[in-house]
Ligand binder design. Sequence first.
Ligand SMILES: [Zn+2]
Length: 384
Amino acid sequence: MIDKHFLQQLQQLVALPSVSCTDPKIDQGNLAVIELLATWFSHIGFSCEIMPISAGKANLIATLGSGSGGLVLAGHTDTVPCDAQLWTSDPFKVSERHGKLYGLGIADMKGFFPAAFNAAQAFSKSKLQAPLIIIATCDEESSMAGAKALVEAGKPKARFAVIGEPTSLKPIRLHKGVMMERVTIMGHSGHSSDPSLGNNALDAMTLVMGELMAFRAEMQQKYHHPAFTIPYPTLNLGCIHGGDNPNRICGQCELQFDLRPLPDMNMDDIRQQIGQRLKRIALQQHIQIDYEPIFEGTPPAETPANSPFVKMVERLTQSEAGSVAFGTEAPYFRQLGMDTVILGAGSIETAHQPNEYLPISNISPLLLWLKQLIHHYCVLGHAA
Ligand SMILES: [Zn+2]
């Protein structure tokens, strides 16, 4: 059975569209969701700060209690776009079928907020030794602008964070980074019968691809992390576009690739190394090679296996903390100095697709664990 108030809150959140997308035509704000959450949490005694990020977009920092240390329960309020015609029910209305609640963003991850609210409400009259902080961000699905703004502002300050991304109730303490990059080569076109009339961008691109594959092999020699199913960094040559006709020297060619660094790798270093290697080819070939990220990238993140917080969450959930293949806001909470575990009731397999759902039976275990964490870290104020 699902609590009526929980269901109402979930319905309110799902009904407020907050799609974030790199395409400005589809992109929406999240302010209505943030304002709704602020109303809920101020009602139970939290002090709420709405942090404006851009037009119609904001973060919420809701704090109960004060002092050093403390626990953050964090989530993003935006969703990916949806194809409403492929859904069995209205994506903006919560619909219950066969023990599951359906709705856009219900697993990823609006469903976390009623859970955080319910858990917090149980302690709204308690005296807290350390603060309980609810964080709701914008733009996780597009630019991570919300989480980046938190790092820039240096808040919240706390020791521990739970991010409620969908993990099917399994605690997660690390993930790889995500980088997507573009290499563009500008050569000179000309008649194919005389190579001296041009400078072939495709010829140069084969050198670039060879260099990237050599770089990949070196990275995979050097870096290894046994906590991942794929225990090495990957580099995938994803697509290539260049030239137009067999009898023309190819004047321009573009390659896009994806790189997934391990937690002990630095994205800036990687970009610098690749840049240097490509510069060498450009000089050799007397050709222009431009290299740039397609988006800034999501850094990798890891909270050590021996962190007392990880141990605590493992004890509660009776599961060993593992890794996931998707990026989250965890690296930003790490930068703010928090031991961070990702733990949520939804499943990543249903996220970002039609008929996204939350299994009702996963809600009460999550609620119980959140209450136990709040009791340990905020009511008792333990620092470990
Ligand atoms: Zn998410």
